[in-house]
Ligand binder design. Structure first.
Ligand code: ATP
Ligand code: MG
Length: 390
């Protein structure tokens, strides 16, 4: 998304031999050292963030972590206590929302109930004094885009929740804003409809190429839609990266625990080589790859947390050949359609989760059965202890 030139000689002006200014793509949104305090409470603490043009960015995090505050700050509805907000290269910190060239979609559709769908979508164009004929054409184009070409004459209450949410999106898209902000737009919809709408939003985003910033606390939605996820924790950015990286390479225990399900094992470093770490764990030795994200070399005796995703653990009756093994007792198995989750209790009472594909011919095991769990070294990720989930 952003291009960084590694070889400085490429940047030299051939005429002068001096470094020439390199044209960097201008971010659509940039937050510089933004903080927000409500009385004595800090809702956002020194946040720096750049959102690239055309990017689909998701703000993800637990309730109260500052997602809406951050979005409202970009929208112009909440002024920052400190710091600056740039939109398309312009300092927008003190601009009112109407002058920021952006659209917003909320969880409660916020459609005007007494107006038809057509008039709801036409409203922002009328405010902008667009000629009548052009309004009709643009509203119809927006209705086609949301795949509801024939509902213009209906009132919002004559539509389903998902259809109303699409109309709110159309009302945003119709005036071609450079940026669309979405605050939990799918939160009120049932799971199936939410999944359909996620795909619709993804399609509309790629068709129009508009920059979109979406707030959610639904990790599946974040994984489905985003080019990049910004994980928030208590008013700070915990990690921002591509969705797969957040799931497979979380930097902290908080990130590992928030994204998907996680087995988190407290361990102590016994020995570290260039490639691997041997660890002492309450249930025996563990082997994991040496972490690449921390510059500091791990020392014998360092306390760490080892992440193993449930789908990386195998369960059987006999001992497996993988590098990491532990015996336990099956407490319960839950069938979730295509997958089965097993809860296995270890001798000290700690519970590990194992997730396997569901298969009619596979016996799920029975509660109380002794089982052996195993996982490969490369499926374990060593994290620094200390960044505990809040
Ligand atoms: N106007 C306000 N006055 C005082 N405190 C506020 C105000 N707005 C937000 N807060 C506090 O700031 C923190 C962050 O709120 P915010 O609405 O940004 O959270 P969120 O991540 O969007 O949460 P949720 O997922 O529940 O919507 C919360 O602790 C909230 O109580
Ligand atoms: Mg919120």
């Amino acid at each position: 998304m952003f291009c960084f030139l590694e070889d400085e000689s490429d940047m030299n002006d051939p005429a002068t031999g001096r470094a020439a200014a390199v044209e960097q793509p201008r971010p659509m949104v940039e937050l510089r050292h933004v903080s927000k305090r409500f009385g004595g409470f800090t809702a956002l603490a020194d946040v720096d963030l750049q959102v690239a043009r055309g990017e689909f960015l998701t703000l993800l995090g637990p309730s109260g972590s500052g997602k809406t505050t951050l979005l409202n700050m970009i929208a112009g509805m909440t002024p920052p206590t400190e710091g600056q907000v740039f939109i398309d290269g312009r300092d927008a910190t003190s601009l009112p929302p109407a002058e920021r060239d952006l659209g917003m979609v909320f969880q409660n559709y916020a459609l005007m109930p007494h107006m038809t769908v057509f008039d709801n979508i036409a409203f922002p164009l009328k405010v902008r004094k667009v000629p009548r004929g052009e309004i009709a054409e643009r509203v119809q184009r927006a209705l086609d885009l949301i795949r509801l070409p024939d509902v213009g004459h209906r009132k919002p209450r004559e539509l389903s929740g998902g259809q109303q949410q699409r109309v709110s999106l159309a009302r945003c898209i119709v005036y071609n804003p450079a940026l669309i902000l979405l605050d939990e737009p799918l939160g009120a919809l049932d799971k199936k409809l939410r999944e359909q709408m996620q795909l619709e939003i993804k399609r509309i985003h790629s068709e129009l190429g508009i920059t979109m910033i979406n707030v959610t606390h639904d990790q599946d939605e974040a994984l489905t839609l985003s080019d990049r996820i910004v994980l928030m924790n208590r008013g700070r950015i915990e990690q921002h990266c591509a969705p797969e990286e957040l799931y497979f390479r979380p930097r902290t225990v908080f990130a590992a625990d928030f994204m998907g399900e996680a087995n988190l094992l407290d361990a102590e470093v016994a020995d570290a080589t260039d490639t691997h770490v041997r660890l002492d764990w309450a249930h025996g030795a563990l082997l994991a790859p040496r972490p690449t994200h921390t510059q500091e070399r791990l020392q014998r005796g360092d306390r760490v947390v080892v992440l193993v995703r449930p789908e990386c653990v195998s369960m059987g009756q006999g001992e497996a050949g993988d590098e990491n093994r532990v015996a336990g007792r099956l407490r319960d198995s839950i069938v979730l359609g295509g997958v089965v989750k097993h809860y296995v209790t270890l001798p000290d009472g700690k519970e590990l989760i194992v997730q396997q594909p569901n298969h009619v011919r596979r016996s799920a095991g029975f509660a109380g059965q002794d089982v052996h769990l195993a996982w490969q070294a490369h499926d374990a990720l060593v994290l620094q202890a200390g960044s505990q989930p809040s």
